[in-house]
Design a protein around this ligand. Structure first.
Ligand code: NAD
Length: 467
């Protein structure tokens, strides 16, 4: 008989390394959840659901408002962690957290009450919005806290329990926020689970989860929807975008350039509704391009934790490689690339601000979502033609129109096929304003009463007097 130890039958626990994208240093290592961990959390959420559903609305609102206050009270600690794992400059991390706190207050203010639809001598019909049960939230790495709160606040205020899966690239701040929030909630109402590539599909398949609210890429969104169909889960999908800005010749270039710059480059372009292509009228194209280049020279890029830095690295190596491949392909196509800033001389996933000067309409940089600090500038001369080019995209998330002519602005905005259009202003997002993607940019709505209703089933109760 051999003395050799039997081979272990327990798989080693997968460990996730969380990397600071500005330095590539490892910030933390976490054990990846397995299927049993998910089952345990779903069971806890299922147990917590009846009591939470029956908790008076006023108490659920108070809990959400309290979570918002906790985020504000811990803003310094959370912002430092968010910058370290996500890469965005500290000021932008603070503004993401301020947004998350604002969302908690705003969503709590709009809870859905019962509605009497008919009231006659014969019958009374009441419409209710009842919670679904256990919700799974799947979140990307660009705005980890804000996008988790976009799901947590409406789920909890409507009486659901929720399990949040942050991106494996950026789980740390979300874990901390949820730890704080759990102090205000019964056990099992809000949980966080972190895992590798297998975890998302386990959630979308899980029979104990009634709804998936997903934010991420269109490719993954399609897989989520296919998987959810097996158990007829409710789904909300907030997916990719390729937002266009249309700039007419009557604008004051010096006024609009800084606004449009930040619309495109906030968080180094890693925002679903970042401007991803700019159509500029040919009369002002050269002046606009030169002003944009000059402005970008005033915006320092570096480690987001350093004083004065306004642009950070991109969040992860895959995204960095993707952007490098887009740049190589654009170079082959002969389109001229303008890089006004030096790349920070350090390690980290830094891609300098790059403008692509009037590339062909069919090129990848125009047609795909770049999700980084590379921006194509395109010329137009005819309004119908530019609207056709803007709409010739599989995406339909946002877009903007810049002109002093209010009638033209409204007409063009109404003809853009997307969920949100902004006129003469950067992206305006609010807990009170519904946010949705058309075409391949999503399904369903987040925010506003329309978004809150997505965490409910409709129930009507029809009552007739017995005699
Ligand atoms: P991604 O689709 O790769 O991942 C998003 C999340 O889904 C992550 O948590 C990931 O772990 C998980 N996931 C991956 N495969 C899965 C699967 N098969 N089933 C279930 N979950 C799975 O997206 P990303 O790269 O993290 O984020 C960038 C994308 O997100 C961009 O396309 C951006 O436009 C989009 N986005 C959209 C919005 C919006 O509101 N429309 C907001 C932010 C980001």
């Amino acid at each position: 008989m051999s003395n050799a130890l039997p081979a272990t039958t327990i798989d080693p626990v997968e460990r996730l390394k969380i990397v600071n994208p500005a330095s590539e240093a490892i910030l933390a290592e976490l054990a990846s959840a397995d299927r049993n961990d998910l089952d345990r959390m779903v069971a806890m959420a299922t147990d917590a659901f009846p009591a939470w559903r029956d908790t008076p609305l006023a108490q659920r609102k108070t809990a959400i408002q309290g979570i918002g206050r906790l985020i504000s009270d811990h803003a310094d600690e959370l912002a430092a962690l968010l910058t370290a794992e996500q890469g965005k400059p500290l000021a932008q991390a603070r503004s993401e957290l301020a947004g998350a706190a604002l969302w908690c207050a705003g969503i709590a203010d709009q809870a859905i009450e019962d509605e009497v639809l008919q009231e006659t001598a014969e019958r009374v019909v009441v419409k209710r919005h009842v919670p679904l049960g256990v919700v799974g939230a799947i979140v990307p790495w660009n705005y980890p806290v804000a996008l988790a709160i976009w799901k947590i606040a409406p789920a909890i205020v409507t009486g659901n329990c929720i399990i949040v899966k942050p991106s494996p690239f950026t789980p740390l701040t979300t874990i901390r926020v949820i730890e704080l929030a759990q102090t205000l909630l019964p056990v099992g109402v809000l949980q966080v689970i972190v895992g590798g590539d297998a975890l998302g599909p386990w959630m979308t398949e899980h029979p104990g989860i009634a709804k998936i609210s997903f934010t991420g890429s269109t490719a993954t969104g399609r897989r989520v929807m296919a998987s959810c169909s097996a158990s007829l889960k409710r789904v909300t999908l907030e997916l990719g975008g390729n937002d266009a800005a249309i700039v007419f010749p009557d604008v004051d270039v010096d006024i609009v350039v800084p606004q449009i710059f930040w619309m495109a480059f906030v968080n180094s372009g890693q925002l679903c509704v970042a401007t991803k292509r700019i159509y500029v009228h040919e009369e002002i194209y050269d002046r606009f391009r030169d002003a944009l280049i000059a402005f970008s020279r005033t915006v320092p890029m570096g480690d987001g934790a350093a004083e004065g830095v306004a642009l950070g690295p991109v969040q992860n190596r895959q995204q960095y490689e993707r952007l490098q491949s887009l740049l190589r392909e654009t170079a082959y196509s002969g389109a001229s690339q303008i890089t006004p800033q030096p790349t920070p001389n350090s390690s980290g996933y830094f891609v300098p601000v790059t403008f692509i000067d009037n590339p062909p309409e069919g090129s990848r940089i125009v047609q795909e979502e770049q999700f980084g600090p590379i921006l194509p500038l395109l010329k137009f001369s005819d309004t119908d033609d530019v609207i056709r080019r803007v709409n010739a995209s599989e995406f339909g998330l946002g877009g903007s129109v810049w002109t002093n002519d209010p009638d033209l602005a409204t007409e063009v905005a109404q003809r853009i096929d997307s969920g949100s259009v902004w006129i003469n202003q950067p992206q305006y997002l609010s807990p009170f304003v519904p946010f949705s993607g058309h075409k391949q940019s999503g399904l369903g709505v987040e925010n506003g009463r329309d978004g809150i209703r997505e965490y409910t089933n409709v129930q009507t109760i029809t009552r007739r007097p017995l005699n």
